[in-house]
Design a protein around this ligand. Structure first.
Ligand SMILES: [Zn+2]
Length: 304
C-alpha cells in the first residue's frame, strides 16, 4: 500500500480541451483518471445542452499533483481561462490501491511467500479489512501483460468468489472453476500454462463446505452431462469408504470428509498426470496445495 500523501486533482474544462488535458496527464505519468460530464458552473440558467463540461479527476502523489497544477496553469489556463483546476487531500484510508503485480515481483516471490500472501488475504477477507482497489487503474496497468502469483482451481459455487476470498486484485491470480473443482486435461493444460509459461508460483486446489457437486456424487445423481462430471468425483467417494459415521449426503461431517478427499485426489492427479508440474514442484519452483473453504465463516483449512 502506498503511504506517501495522495491528492485528488480535479480539472473542469470544455470537452474540446479534454484531449489536451489527457496528453498532459500522460506526459507527467498521472494514470487512471476518470472523466465525467458536468453542467457548466457559471451558466446554470442556460440550456443544459449548451453548458456541458467535463470533470477530469486523477489521484496522484502530492509532488506530482503540484507539478500537474503548475503545468495546467502555464500550458492550458493561459490559453483557455475557462479551465478550473484544484487539488484536494485524500485521507490515507481512502487511497485505493492501483498496483498490479509486476514481472519483477512475480520473479522475486517464492512459493512459500505466495502461500503466505493468500493466507494473509483470507484473514483480511474474514475480518472485512479488504484492500480498496482502484480497478480502472489496475485494468489499464494489467492490459499490457500479466504476472499472476498463483493459479486456483475452485468449484463453480457462487458462494466462493476466489479473488475476494484471498483479497487479490486484477492480474494477481489465475482462476479455473468447474463444479467439484476436479482435474481434467483442460484444467491441467491451463495449470501448465499458468505455471510453466506465465510464471505462477503456486497451485491451490480449493474444495468447499456444502458442495452441491460432492452431494450429487454421493447421491449418484444422473442428469445429462452432469453424470459424466460427477463420475470424476466418484474416486473421492470411494476414498471415503473408511469414514466411521453414516455415509450419506445429509451427514455434514461425511460431506466434509468426501470434499477434502476430493481435493487430495485432485492434488495427486496433478502430480501424476502432469510431469511438467510435478517436475516444477520437485525443483521447488512451485507449490501444490489443497484447501477446504468453510462457507459458514470464510475460513480455509489447509489439507496436507
Ligand atoms: Zn461446489
Amino acid at each position: 500500500m502506498n503511504t506517501t500523501p495522495m491528492k485528488r486533482v480535479s480539472i473542469i474544462c470544455d470537452p474540446a480541451v479534454e484531449e489536451h488535458v489527457d496528453a498532459l496527464l500522460e506526459e507527467i505519468g498521472a494514470e487512471g483518471h476518470m472523466t465525467v460530464p458536468v453542467r457548466g458552473i457559471d451558466s446554470h440558467d442556460a440550456d443544459p445542452a449548451d453548458t456541458v463540461k467535463v470533470q477530469i479527476e486523477v489521484t496522484l502523489d502530492a509532488a506530482r499533483a503540484e507539478i500537474l497544477l503548475q503545468r495546467i496553469q502555464s500550458d492550458l489556463i493561459a490559453a483557455e481561462p475557462s479551465i478550473a483546476a484544484y487539488a484536494s487531500d485524500i485521507p490515507e484510508e481512502d487511497v485505493a490501491d492501483g498496483h498490479v503485480t509486476t514481472a519483477e515481483e512475480q520473479a522475486r516471490l517464492t512459493p512459500d511467500e505466495v502461500l503466505q500472501h493468500f493466507k494473509d488475504g483470507n484473514r483480511r477477507f474474514r475480518s472485512g479489512q479488504v484492500t480498496r482497489r482502484n480497478h480502472p487503474e489496475q485494468v489499464r496497468k494489467s492490459a499490457v501483460g500479466q504476472y499472476p502469483k498463483a493459479v486456483v482451481l475452485s468449484c463453480l459455487d457462487s458462494r466462493v468468489p476466489v479473488e475476494d476470498v484471498f483479497d487479490q486484485g486484477i492480474g494477481d491470480v489465475f482462476v479455473a472453476r468447474v463444479a467439484g473443482n476436479l482435474v481434467n486435461e483442460d484444467i491441467l493444460g491451463s495449470m501448465e500454462f499458468a505455471c510453466k509459461v506465465a510464471g505462477a508460483k503456486m497451485i491451490l486446489v480449493m474444495g468447499h463446505q456444502h458442495c452441491g457437486a460432492i452431494k450429487g456424487a454421493i447421491d449418484d445423481v444422473r442428469l445429462g452431462n452432469l453424470t459424466t462430471l460427477l463420475a470424476k468425483i466418484k474416486p473421492a467417494v470411494a476414498l471415503s469408504n473408511n469414514f466411521p459415521g453414516e455415509q450419506v449426503s445429509s451427514n455434514p461431517l461425511y460431506m466434509r470428509h468426501v470434499a477434502r478427499n476430493n481435493v487430495r485426489h485432485a492434488v495427486s492427479q496433478i502430480r501424476t498426470l502432469s510431469p511438467i508440474l510435478k517436475e516444477m514442484e520437485d525443483k521447488k519452483e512451485i507449490k501444490i496445495v489443497g484447501a477446504f473453504y468453510r462457507l459458514t465463516d470464510g475460513t480455509l483449512e489447509f489439507i496436507e
